[in-house]
Design a protein around this ligand. Sequence first.
Ligand code: ZN
Length: 282
Amino acid sequence: MNPVVIAVAITGSVPRKKDNPAVPVTPAEQVESTHEAYEAGATLVHIHVRNDDESPSSDPQRFAAVKEGVEKHCPGMIVQFSTGGRGRDPSARGSSLYLKPDMASLSTGSVNFPTIIYENSAAFVEDLARKMKELGVLPEIEIFDLSHLHGARRLIEAGLMNARPHVQFVMGVKNALPAEEPLIDILLSETKRVIPRATWTAAGIGRHQSEVMGWALARGADAVRTGLEDNIRVAKDRLARSNAELVSLAAEAIAKAGRRVATPDEARRILGLRPAAGAKAA
Ligand code: ZN
């Protein structure tokens, strides 16, 4: 089996520092936390940026600062920007794509979240997908509902997305898909039916992080996802010390599943990305 990409979602959009001081907030903290995670085996970083008061930000300068720091300190690591909506002005969600990260998240439909409706109209999704395609940014399709897979298929059929996106099933968000093992089989078989060339992973939110990871690994996932965005604890009564600690646990889970952690070059190959800028030709 292929080696496994470890994706680390370092920060997220929900203020968390008061719950766990290890959540990085400023671009400098984010670069440092990403570097530790990279040393522990992470090869993809999923980035949200914050304002100084911790509120979600869409400031391209902040995205640029984190991207530049990661590219400098973590050679080959895949940079993925969030275009997620919580707390952000919809019109600004794609405003940093011009910086051409390797990847960006893309939600292909609306869904209930714990306290809000996460709104992604068809026209809005098409616009984001079109921008990503024009800029050569690979989408990671966030699947919060089965219909979102069909949203992705429609984008491919309309020529707004290439046929090999990366797909992430998000399980355990209150009011959306629960973290229940039979669901992953349904999502996976539907993915293989309607987007057969997609690579895939699954994210378990909160206390579901490690069990969802285990289910994904048992089914041959291309990647696993961890990080303080999704989960701030390593046990009921112990906070995670860092993103790197969560990445180390993911690496252990990968070994336990009889697989190994991908290198940055392998991660790029698995997801169909070009080699990192500045990388030596093989
Ligand atoms: Zn995110």
